[in-house]
Ligand binder design. Structure first.
Ligand code: GCU
Length: 336
């Protein structure tokens, strides 16, 4: 299967390569891969990006979107983006951690205090620069981010009141060292794996729990097997749209501008869509899937991860970004 996929991608990249160099048509077509289904809000926002890019470039810059993890897991499509087999991918910042350590900061528990603060800080150009332009040597750059919600714990049947109730709980985390450390600090047993495998692993009983936003219950069907959702609000991890750096550098200044504008506009359109869809997901999960949503006292969860938070103060690989985000949070709070 994997070999078959790689063959498809090689053919696609050849085609994309031809399109990029074809001067007769004067159009360039890029591949964008991501792992969510086509009814997911993030897919719809990527379709906005595709439409806006087409409009701004008068049809000269086109995107072909492969959803549903058709081209592979997040790790695999990041690798394909590094080699220009695909030009764009949208992945969780946690998946970028093993490619560029600066991104590990976004998996730090309780980095942001609220969704509003997260959104304000993420919009600041100095914050964007500190992440997006630092990965050129890795073969890609960041173009924009999309709100991927507040992450909360959910279990098949265990009731959580304090983090001590997580003892021995086999909990899926993203393949990110920081996420593994977070579950360890909370007392659970972390099991890192790609998102596409979570549903069947929960179903088979090899996992007891996972953590994500509300749409994982509905759009990704986890609510069919996990019946308790707890508002631990332990992380707000953005999704990041990355682009192969050579493909970007081959664009004219004007074309680069269209890419950046279309991406930023799709990010703005994404926010109200996201809010509406998370409420909808909660309602569907509750009414149609029998999931119970629990308010929870977060204080001992926060206490348990304090040493992990503290370790970021000393981490040279994230220091610049850490200081910038802390400064931006202060600035933002003063303005409120
Ligand atoms: C979020 C995120 C995905 C990611 C997933 C995960 O849904 O948007 O990009 O794959 O979390 O937990 O792996």
């Amino acid at each position: 299967m994997r070999i078959f996929l790689l063959c498809i991608v090689s053919v696609l990249s050849l085609l994309a390569g031809c399109a990029q160099t074809s001067s007769s048509e004067d159009t360039k077509e890029f591949i964008l891969a991501h792992n969510q289904p086509t009814n997911h809000p993030i897919h719809e926002s990527l379709v906005d990006f595709q439409r806006l890019l087409d409009e701004k470039s008068d049809g000269k810059l086109k995107l072909r979107i492969y959803a549903n993890g058709q081209l592979g897991s997040e790790r695999e499509v990041i690798e394909m983006t590094q080699t220009n087999a695909v030009q764009f991918t949208k992945v969780s910042a946690s998946a970028l951690e093993s490619f560029s350590e600066a991104y590990s900061l976004f998996s730090m528990p309780y980095l942001f205090d609220s969704k509003e603060q997260f959104r304000d800080v993420m919009k600041m150009p100095e914050i964007q620069d500190a992440f997006y332009n630092k990965t050129e040597d890795n073969g890609f750059i960041g173009i924009t981010y999309y709100d991927a919600g507040v992450r909360n714990m959910y279990t098949k049947d265990r009731i959580l009141e304090t983090n001590e109730d997580m003892h021995g709980l086999k909990t899926r985390v993203q393949p990110s060292k920081t996420s593994v450390q977070m579950i360890e600090a909370l007392g659970g047993t972390p099991t890192p794996m790609g998102f596409g495998e979570v549903y069947t692993t929960l179903q088979s009983g090899l996992l007891d729990a996972a953590e994500n936003n509300e749409s994982a219950l509905t759009d990704n069907k986890h609510g069919e097997v996990a019946k308790h959702y707890f508002y631990t609000e332990h992380a707000i991890v953005p999704d990041i749209l990355i682009m192969n750096v050579e493909a970007y550098n081959q664009l004219s200044d004007e074309e680069q501008q269209w890419v950046r504008e279309a991406a930023a506009e799709s990010t703005a359109l994404h926010e109200p869509r996201w809010d509406e869809r998370m409420l909808e997901s909660r309602q569907i999960a509750e009414e149609e899937m029998g999931v119970t949503f629990h308010k929870i006292d977060k204080s001992n969860f926060m206490e348990a991860v304090r040493p992990l938070q503290e370790s970021f103060k000393e981490n040279e690989a994230t220091k610049e970004q850490y200081d910038l985000i802390m400064g931006a949070k202060e600035e933002n709070d003063e303005q409120d």
